[in-house]
Design a protein around this ligand. Structure first.
Ligand code: F6P
Length: 367
């Protein structure tokens, strides 16, 4: 029986447990064995009890559970070749020659590097006497399949990452709650949301809650943004009779170093220029925890099933795929193409080359 490993890596995201559950059950359905690698790549490097077989009933009830029940970690060990050699040894000893990795672009790149190095790692393990040629013989090829798990929705080539809609739902609920208190006191609120380099959560939550103003990394504010923001907010409050003001700020839109944009600077502008009693609310990690929404439950399930199919259908020459969703269809895309397209866009954001809308991300992605 083939043994398929599954791990979650990078920041946790709601739906990761659904993905692990689907991989485990689909693997069993396809007459394979499923192994959970606990604590992300760290578990591969350390081995032992961190690599454990999971059975059908072990993942019961995981669909709705938040976070990742098999843990995640930023593994320093796996970044070094020595750590990856240890990881390869642990996999061979456990008879695992396929990995489904659920994480962000960094975690998926790590998986692809591991696959490319695999033959060399095995030769070194034999040359150093750690494993025999007979031991490595059945495991000459490593299959890697990626699932994108991240609340940020920051991967090119897929419409949604596992976790982004749960996070968006939580942000909307939180903004609704803030609305109530803002309305009562006629206050202004600057609400900072996560997303790292990507403004998807900020944009979607601003549209979904009817916020007054928005800051995105993809659209750096233009000269005079202070006046523009103040005039829209003034109009909303005077002509349109709004009692509360909400400004959403993507964490990646802030330029604290140059003090160009920051939540506290925006608060000061609203206070000093408009005389608005204003508070800053940083939603923080409440955006990442909690149960997966319906979308993330079905997305993670369908993608987990597809990941196992991809593992079983891969040939040694096929590039490692990442499982995506495009126009509601679950698809496979070459992992490194998606990662490279994501990197290119992030570089443009960092260099402030964008001043158009965020769908530039997908325009950049070459099919
Ligand atoms: O990538 C997910 C994410 O939550 C980002 O939105 C955020 O920038 C980052 O992780 C926070 O990381 P940490 O949990 O290490 O503080």
């Amino acid at each position: 029986r083939r043994r398929i490993g599954v791990l979650t890596s990078g920041g946790d995201a709601p739906g990761m447990n659904g993905a692990v559950r689907a991989v485990v059950r689909m693997a069993i359905h396809c007459d394979c064995e499923a192994y959970a690698i606990f604590e992300g790549y760290e578990g591969l490097v350390k081995g032992g009890n961190l690599i454990r077989q999971l059975h059908w009933e072990d993942v019961r009830g995981w669909l709705s559970r938040g976070g990742t029940l098999i843990g995640s970690a930023r593994s320093m060990g796996f970044r070094e070749r020595a750590g990856r050699m240890q990881a390869a040894k642990n996999m061979v000893l456990r008879g695992i020659d396929a990995l489904v990795v659920c994480g962000g672009d960094g975690s998926l790149t790590g998986a692809d590097v591991f696959r490319a190095e695999w033959p060399g790692l095995l030769s070194d393990l034999v040359a150093s006497g750690e494993l025999s040629a007979e031991q490595v013989e059945p495991y000459k090829v490593l299959n890697i399949v990626g699932l994108v798990g991240s609340i940020d929705n920051d991967m090119s080539g897929t419409d949604a990452t596992i976790g982004c809609y749960s996070s968006l739902t939580r942000i909307c609920d939180a903004v609704d709650d803030v609305f109530d208190t803002a309305f009562s006191h006629q206050r202004g609120f600057v609400i900072e949301v996560m997303g790292r380099h990507c403004g998807w959560l900020a944009l979607m939550s601003a549209i979904s809650t009817g916020a007054d103003w928005l800051f995105l990394p993809e659209m750096p504010p233009k000269e005079g943004w202070e006046d523009d923001m103040c005039s829209v907010i003034t109009k909303n409050r005077t002509e349109r009779g709004k009692r509360r003001t909400i400004v959403i700020v993507a964490e990646g839109a802030q330029d604290r170093q140059l003090n160009k944009v920051s939540s506290s600077k925006i608060k000061d502008i609203l206070t000093d220029r408009l005389g608005l009693d204003t508070r800053v609310t940083i939603l923080g990690h409440t955006q990442r925890g909690g149960a997966a929404c319906a979308y993330d439950r079905w997305l993670s399930t369908l993608q987990g099933v597809e990941a196992v199919r991809a593992v079983l259908e891969m040939t040694p020459k096929s590039p490692s795929p990442v499982i995506t969703i495009r126009e509601n269809k679950i698809m496979r895309t070459p992992l490194m193409e998606a990662v490279q397209a994501t990197k290119d866009v992030t570089a443009k954001i960092d260099n402030k080359e964008f001043d158009t809308a965020m769908d530039m991300r997908d325009a950049e992605f070459k099919e």
